[in-house]
Design a protein around this ligand. Structure first.
Ligand SMILES: NC(=O)c1ccc[n+]([C@@H]2O[C@H](COP(=O)([O-])OP(=O)(O)OC[C@H]3O[C@@H](n4cnc5c(N)ncnc54)[C@H](O)[C@@H]3O)[C@@H](O)[C@H]2O)c1
Length: 270
């Protein structure tokens, strides 16, 4: 998609979960938009090394990989501090993208399972913001994007952990957007839209799923526009618009019930 690529020229950015899928596509897109420097953070050493090497061949020292498990606050603090050293002081953009799907039946889940999901899909972004906000405050502004999911607005059966963590992250983003607006720090959440990546595991993504590049450019379009919630595809726009519309509640209930029943039968492509 066409968007304001100039907006990113000369900026510095940290992207988490950047060694695969949407995070990797965001890194590549930012480099193509002439971002000054981009840090790619990930927990997967092999993917990180492979893609950092490939991108350094193309973009030289404008890109750096940092191995980081974003579920630990100290690790995230070090990540942001190492990134700021690499950027020589200025952090313009933080994209909290690392996350996972966490599917399964509620009845099978322990508190440890819930904690693991919130650690990765919620606390990692909270830690990222806590580390970045003082730096952005001191430098007079910045921008933070938290990657959520359409499921935050259309919570589905067998995805209770995923839905709850992403809805919580969306709420945190929107609350902080107003809290930090006057400090010239722009905070948005972004759904990537249904996108073909490793997150699907063995499951077949729907035929309508887009590429990570399509998702990344639609997200960056929303970043350049400073949208409050960025929607990665049209289905997510529809889901968010309709899910709390009282006139549509019977239709939405019927749809979510259909999904639940199909999933119980083992049908995944709905
Ligand atoms: N693909 C989709 O259809 C879709 C839809 C909605 C939302 N999302 C969200 O988009 C984001 C990116 O997902 P993706 O689809 O590109 O999946 P992906 O599995 O391709 O990428 C996720 C990346 O996060 C990294 N990661 C996992 N745990 C980590 C940790 N503890 N510390 C650091 N990095 C870690 C993984 O190594 C991987 O490189 C996630 O937040 C996901 O929930 C994806």
């Amino acid at each position: 998609m066409e968007y304001n690529r100039e907006y990113f020229a000369g900026k510095t950015a940290v992207v988490t979960g950047a060694a695969s899928g949407i995070g990797l596509a965001l890194v590549e897109e930012l480099l193509q938009c002439n971002a000054a420097k981009v840090v790619m953070a990930d927990i997967n050493p092999n993917n990180l090394e492979q893609h950092e090497k490939r991108l350094r061949e193309q973009y030289g020292d404008r890109v750096k990989g940092i191995l980081c498990n974003v579920t630990g606050e100290e690790a995230v603090q070090s990540l942001i501090s190492d990134a700021v050293s690499f950027f020589k002081g200025r952090l313009d953009l933080l994209i909290n993208n690392a996350g996972a799907g966490f599917a399964g039946y509620f009845a099978d889940m322990t508190n440890a399972d819930w904690k693991a999901a919130f650690d990765l899909n919620f606390y990692s972004a909270l830690y990222g913001m806590r580390a970045a906000l003082p730096i952005m405050g001191k430098q007079g502004g910045g921008q933070i994007i938290n990657i959520i999911s359409g499921i935050a607005f259309m919570p589905m059966a067998q995805q209770s952990r995923y839905a709850a963590t992403k809805a919580a992250l969306n709420a945190l983003s929107i609350a902080l957007r107003a809290e930090y607006w006057d400090a010239n720090i722009r905070i948005s959440s972004a759904t990537p839209g249904t996108t073909v990546t490793a997150i699907w595991g063995g499951l077949e993504p729907p035929k309508s799923a887009q590429t990570p590049q399509q998702s990344a450019s639609r997200i960056l379009n929303g970043v350049a526009n400073n949208d409050r919630v960025i929607f990665g595809d049209d289905n997510d726009v529809r889901g968010a618009t309709e899910s709390y519309d009282i006139q549509k509640q019977e239709v939405i209930d019927a749809y979510l019930l259909h999904v639940a029943r199909e999933r119980r039968k083992g049908v995944t492509a709905i």
